[in-house]
Ligand binder design. Sequence first.
Ligand code: PAF
Length: 282
Amino acid sequence: MQTISQVSELREQVNSWRTRGQTIALVPTMGNLHAGHLALVARGIAEADRVIVSIFVNPIQFVAGEDYKDYPRTVGPDLDKLAGMDTDLVFLPEMDEIFPEGLREHTRVTVPALDQLHCGEFRPGHFTGVATIVVKLLNLVQPDVAIFGEKDYQQLLVIRRLVSDLAIPVRIIGFPIVREQDGLAMSSRNHYLSEDERKQAPLLYATLKAMADAIMDGGSDYKMLEDQAFRRLQQSGFRPEYVRVCDAGNLGEPRNSDVVILAAAWLGKTRMIDNIAVQHYD
Ligand code: PAF
């Protein structure tokens, strides 16, 4: 497994694989890798001849006051985990390799409307930061496929949208959420949870699951289900930002049987997100 931090070296390696007719999968990450990330890498291995994992904690997707400084940086263990799989290359750029002119005047990519909804309401500018770095990584690597987790459901739709709008020649694969045994969606931010909070945390998924079951059983008063779930989370010590049933394709008002339940809630100093897609035919 090669570890490369320079864009020029990355391009050279990618070109040499391309010359040999090999296909490339990209798995963009911010590091602190867990089994969810490794599942994305395994999918990349299945999809292409070569797999590149990028590790870069992207400052511009953190909103003022968020955990950019505290975000867990665990490069050593991350590299060990990736070496244990068939990862070909880890791209580990320094800040000035990605933002050579600094952050302030760097070009930004915005996906309007979609970036204002749900998490976008509470993290203004977050999706512009994500879209910008993802476009940059896609341009640097020019992969055949790129793989993203469905835990960040809205992020995945933002990325699908920008790839379509900007005609970027890459296939985007969304990979199902990987959960702990008790249902908690795996996330690098789970490390912030105290012991007691960790015990409480699976209730977020349990709440969404109960909503999904109610919808599958014919429940169609989404507002009532959202309010009930919001209150249940509040009563259990969470500070929910939102719990919403949305159209699975555009995250607007549900139009048909294809919906996704999205939620974001704080537990102590940890912001958690989760979602469940529901297809109900009633
Ligand atoms: O999902 C993430 O880890 C990040 O948002 C991503 C896609 C790597 C961009 O920094």
